[in-house]
Ligand binder design. Sequence first.
Ligand code: FE2
Length: 297
Amino acid sequence: MALHIEPADATLGATITGIDLARLDDADWRQIEDAFHQFGVLVFPSQHLTETAQVTFGRRFGAVEQLVAKRDIVPISNRDAEGEQLYDRSHQALVLRGNEGWHTDSSYMPVSAKASVLSCRIAPKRGGETEWADMRAAFDALDDAMRERVAPLAAFHSLYHSQAKLGHKVEAGAGYGFIADAPPLRPLVKTHPFTGRPALYMGRHAYGIVGLAAEESERLLTGLVEFACQPPRVWGHRWAPGDVVIWDNRCVMHRARPYDQREPRVMMHTRIAGDPATEAALATTEQAPPIGIGTAA
Ligand SMILES: [Fe+2]
């Protein structure tokens, strides 16, 4: 079996076949790591990894960011632990709804994520795809004036804020990622620590650009996401059970597409921690503005 890399018809993304991720030798790994840096998103169809094999694959990219209950791999599912459907207004269902907005994982944490591994256990018949947007190509496509405008700017990132925009009022201590005090401040333009390429860095958790009025900040962030997440910078994957994907959160945004919530959608997720040297929040004495600007509720 020879490893085959098929670039997507977009500025990011590739599908890799002819490989068994559970039995990866060092030569294959080098090709995969090079492709990860080049394409930002890699789809590996029909791998059917065990939980242990998924975590082992993830660890090739770096230390695992331990999520809910300090686990290395967690379900992202619209079913609870007993397999029952979650109600539309439950906390978990609203967090899943939030994932349908463009974002980058753990931007709301003190150290944002390097990469995310997602695999499919059960896919809905229609919808439920994941889409990715190339924030390197988005930065490159800005005109000179906008590039100069955004380069010095920084925004706060908060999961409370992004969920509040959906009308989801979250109690303190609600779970992983909900940090009430001192949300991290991050530059709008992130230099990739390996490739050196600049990329826009924002998404639904970003708000409160320092030095701008709240409405102006919201308008700029919304406009940039709308501009960025357009062809040819967007690629999507329709899931089948067994598929595995990894993407680079340092230069790619992603979102889930809607689907019929009466159908199960069960995914397994492993998140790769960022390097504190390059993914830590900016040091600041600025106070984050109150959350909820531009919220629906
Ligand atoms: Fe995500």
